[in-house]
Design a protein around this ligand. Structure first.
Ligand code: PEP
Length: 251
């Protein structure tokens, strides 16, 4: 059955020392706790190897926030999926709306990134979600369906089974404006139906679908209580143990 997951996305926050300190503190907070979800932290590239070294891998998974769409070579400034995997990180966040909007990552580019992540044994946490104008025009279901189809639906059922999805309505990210629990459930159920139509009910039922967008300690319980919401991708509230732990404990 699918896993419950709470994943932090630190974005471009915390220098190396601060990041290692945060990971160490989270590791400490989780040490003697039994929690009902997998915990992942998505750090900047340069933190990965150091963070992997200070966390108990049975308690905390480590994710990159991106990887290159090329295997290797003359791509100055890029970091390959193989490099990410070589740090000991097990996950990579792909298709985040900030990458799509600011770095022009297209469905085709993301498709390549997903394939390279999988080829290197990384679990992609693949983000999808509509902007406000699309929701207001009642196009949010079509947009999300198309994002999934164009980047993921060439995968075999076996490979698709390795993907974690994160529904992140763009209008809710970093805005303090969370989707209601009903809006999240409605979209997550739609996503699961879309997966079932393509890969069958078993694959759909086994896929973890996280919600992201201003999730925090006060709304996590309500969001996570929905049958199709399997956890959260957490930005701002993952930057402190005091804010992140209550979200983990909402399960
Ligand atoms: C995110 O960046 O994935 C995110 C959900 O951010 P926030 O929680 O800050 O809205």
């Amino acid at each position: 059955m699918r896993k419950n997951i709470v994943a932090g996305n630190w974005k471009m926050n915390k220098n190396l020392q601060e990041g290692v300190a945060l990971a160490t503190a989270l590791n400490e907070a989780l040490k003697d706790k039994k929690v009902n979800c997998d915990v992942i932290i998505g750090t900047p590239f340069i933190h990965l190897a150091s963070v992997v070294n200070v966390v108990d891998k049975n308690k905390i998974g480590v994710a990159a926030q991106n990887c290159a769409d090329k295997v290797s070579g003359a791509y100055t400034g890029e970091v390959s999926a193989e490099m990410v995997a070589s740090t000991g990180a097990g996950y990579v966040i792909l298709g985040h709306s900030e990458r799509r909007a600011y770095y022009h990552e297209t469905a085709e580019i993301l498709k390549e990134k997903v394939l390279l992540a999988l080829a290197n044994g990384l679990t992609p946490i693949f983000c999808i979600g509509e902007v406000l104008a699309e929701r207001e025009a009642n196009k949010h279901f079509d947009v999300v369906k198309s994002q999934i189809e164009t980047s993921l639906f060439d995968l075999t059922a076996e490979d698709f089974g390795k993907i974690v999805l994160a529904y992140e309505p763009v209008w809710a990210i970093g805005t303090g404006k969370t989707a209601t629990a009903a809006q999240a459930q409605e979209m997550h159920a739609f996503i699961r139906r879309t997966l079932a139509a393509k890969y069958g009910q078993e694959v759909a039922d086994n896929t973890s679908i996280l919600y992201g967008g201003s999730a925090n300690a006060s709304n996590a319980k309500e969001l996570f209580s929905n049958p199709d919401v399997d956890g959260g991708l957490i930005g701002g509230a993952s930057l402190g143990v005091d804010k992140f732990m209550p979200i983990i404990e909402a399960f």
